[in-house]
Design a protein around this ligand. Structure first.
Ligand SMILES: Cc1cc2nc3c(=O)[nH]c(=O)nc-3n(C[C@H](O)[C@H](O)[C@H](O)COP(=O)(O)O)c2cc1C
Length: 173
């Protein structure tokens, strides 16, 4: 476990949360998450993202029924679907990295405002992409990258530490 002044960083308090209390996500918390998404780095600052914010109970529940590994949506209070703008991605082969940074920024912002989250993959699974395109009426100019659940965690979780010194090589290999 990391010791010292960085040991309590929010990075180590982020977990994939799969059970939420049901408490509402406040507009202030949602705003922070969405702003954090767009504060992300992207190759050449291309910002290939466009976000669908889902706060309607019926639609959040529908996500659990179309995604095979998203049961946590049933207790989540908010879902965000970062979508890729095709015209930007066409000229930017780094777009998956940009979208990953965008997703991670939202997860970290959630911790900062006392929320839990769970990233659920969509792209590049075409069947899954198509189900989201159909349910959320996503136009042809975009495709869904992933879907993220947000809510107040039902249970407290201890900080994580997966550091493995054998995976670190200083200088050259
Ligand atoms: C690209 C990606 C796709 C993921 N898809 C799912 C998913 O469909 N369902 C799920 O419950 N968790 C999903 N996760 C969460 C991982 O299972 C989780 O990050 C991993 O087990 C490590 O646990 P932690 O997030 O609590 O540190 C995904 C994470 C990533 C980065």
């Amino acid at each position: 476990m990391l010791t010292g002044k960085y040991s309590d960083s929010l990075l180590y308090r982020r977990h994939s949360v799969r059970k939420y209390s049901g408490a509402a996500v406040t507009p202030e918390q949602a705003e922070h998450i969405l702003h954090a998404a767009m504060a992300s780095p992207s190759a050449d600052n291309t910002q290939p993202w466009s976000l669908i914010v889902v706060d309607e109970r019926r639609l959040i529940d529908e996500i659990a029924s179309i995604h095979p590994y998203a049961d946590m949506m049933k207790t989540a209070s908010l879902a965000v679907i970062p979508c890729v703008i095709k015209s930007v991605a066409d000229d930017n082969p780094f777009y998956p990295q940009d979208m990953g940074a965008c997703a991670e920024n939202m997860l970290l912002a959630a911790v900062e405002c006392g929320l839990g989250s769970c990233w659920c993959g969509i792209h590049p699974q075409k069947d899954l992409e198509n189900k989201f395109i159909s349910l959320f009426k996503i136009p042809d100019t975009l495709f869904p990258f992933c879907v993220i659940a947000f809510g107040e965690p039902a249970d407290a979780m201890p900080p994580s530490d997966r550091y493995d010194a054998s995976r670190v090589h200083h200088g050259s290999w």
